[in-house]
Design a protein around this ligand. Structure first.
Ligand code: URA
Length: 436
């Protein structure tokens, strides 16, 4: 590093601003190791407490992007648009959305992440698909993108390496919940994909990382402003994470839900959020004149089986076993499946996404430590939504577990997460706000 790190950290601690060159210097220190762990932790805490200006956040994002390889996809003629979610429970939208918008003529170069805390990750869901490879070389990534319109890969070590170290340090230093740090972490990786535009699905509600609506809106604004400053087109939707998305929670159960959804059997909320994000992607790609046409195109492609065919083609190209499309039992199944039954009559008064997301992690479907192995088959399939009328003994959800004891304990927790009451409550709007 050219600057003395302690001086820069102290300026940030005292609420001052850093120049672009100073931020680039700090990020190069993150990558070459000349910024020590204590210094990095102190810098992150100073940012977390005092924030950053829009210019600083943009400089940090670009320095993190440029800490590694920036993909180009020069052979791909379609507009390249991606979607990123800030993380939810049951959020399997990417698996449906990528083939959906690819079918409409958009290229989707998707570099996805692993699950974080109680939220699932696309890469973990794809790992539940037998044979599916997400460790493609950059060259193969580009070929798959050209041939079927989308490709889904795990981040390689060459993409935004500064984020890897910064994220790991944030995770253990109480500095995850910071708008400039989240903005730069997400956008550095997305900008390195070589995209023309990005649609952000910013979650708000109990199971979101930015639970209160005003924080989530501030994050949307920051993501849109920094993405545009970095030269890509941006749109963002604020979507509800006060309830799980869809019915299946847990990796292979979610993949099975996606396969059924491709054939038209899709839970309403999952369908609505997928279409809403798809519309934004088509608008950014300029392949539809307005939202109404975009939606009509997507509905037709989904209904006519085109999306299913694009998904199949991608499976073939990325090594997945296409037989799962006709027989989801090939995804495998946990040994113990028990029903969680309603213990009184009334209306489903809650479907608590945080409690259910945590339960999936405890069943082995997520990680407590970064090195934990995931059990792809465990999870929960919810059978009722908020406000449904139920009788005593009706199945609220099925739990899928590795042992009988785990299944029995999970049943009790599902019953607590899905209480039954006298009042009929309804879910609020799924898409709460749009920024474009
Ligand atoms: N996802 C990321 O990649 N980074 C964050 O900081 C939060 C969510």
């Amino acid at each position: 590093m050219q600057n003395h790190p302690a001086r820069l950290i102290a300026r940030k601690r005292d609420g001052g601003a850093l120049s672009k060159a100073e931020i680039q210097d700090l990020v190069s220190g993150v990558v070459d190791g000349s910024l020590g762990d204590a210094q990095l932790g102190a810098f992150l805490m100073a940012v977390c407490c005092n924030g950053m200006t829009a210019e600083e956040t943009a400089a940090l994002t670009l320095a993190m992007r440029d800490s590694g390889r920036v993909l180009q996809h020069s052979q791909v003629t379609r507009r390249k648009i991606d979607k990123h979610s800030t993380g939810g429970v049951g959020d399997k939208v990417s698996l449906l959305l990528a083939p959906l918008v690819a079918a409409a003529g958009v290229a989707v170069p998707m570099v996805s992440g692993r699950g974080l805390g109680h939220t699932g990750g696309t890469i973990d869901k794809l790992a539940a698909l037998p044979g599916y490879r997400t460790d493609l070389t950059s060259e193969r990534f580009q070929q798959v993108l050209e041939q079927c319109g989308y490709a889904m890969v795990a981040p390689s070590a060459e993409i935004a390496p500064a984020d890897r170290r910064m994220y790991a340090t944030r995770d253990i230093s109480g500095t995850v919940e910071s708008i400039p740090l989240i903005t730069s972490s997400i956008l550095a990786k997305k900008l390195a994909e070589g995209i023309d535009g990005l649609v952000m699905d910013v979650k708000c509600g109990r199971a979101a990382f930015m639970a209160p609506e005003h924080d989530a809106v501030a994050l949307m604004e920051s993501l849109c402003a920094v993405g545009r400053a970095a030269g890509i087109e941006m749109a963002a939707l604020l979507t509800d994470m006060d309830h799980p998305l869809g019915c299946a929670l847990g990796n292979s159960l979610e993949v099975a839900e996606v396969i059924h959804a491709l054939d038209g059997n899709c839970p309403d909320d999952l369908r609505e959020v997928t279409l809403a994000l798809g519309v934004e992607m088509l608008l950014l790609a300029k392949v539809a004149p307005d939202a109404e046409h975009a939606r009509a195109t997507l509905v037709r492609l989904w209904h006519d089986g085109v999306v299913h065919r694009v998904f199949r083609h991608n499976l073939e190209l990325q090594g997945g076993d296409v037989r799962v499309l006709d027989d989801v039992s090939l995804l495998g199944r946990a040994p113990f499946v028990l029903p969680a039954e309603a213990q009184r009559a009334g209306f489903v008064a809650d479907v608590d996404p945080l409690a259910l997301g945590q339960l999936v992690v405890d069943l082995g479907g997520g990680r407590r430590q970064p090195s934990d192995a995931i059990d792809p088959h465990v999870g929960i399939v919810v059978k009722h939504v908020l406000g449904d009328a139920v009788h005593v003994g009706d199945v609220l959800a099925f739990v899928h577990a590795r042992t009988l004891a785990a299944a029995q304990a999970a049943v009790v927790r599902v019953q607590a997460a899905m209480p039954v009451g006298d009042e009929r409550r309804r879910r609020g709007p799924l898409v709460k706000r749009r920024m474009a």
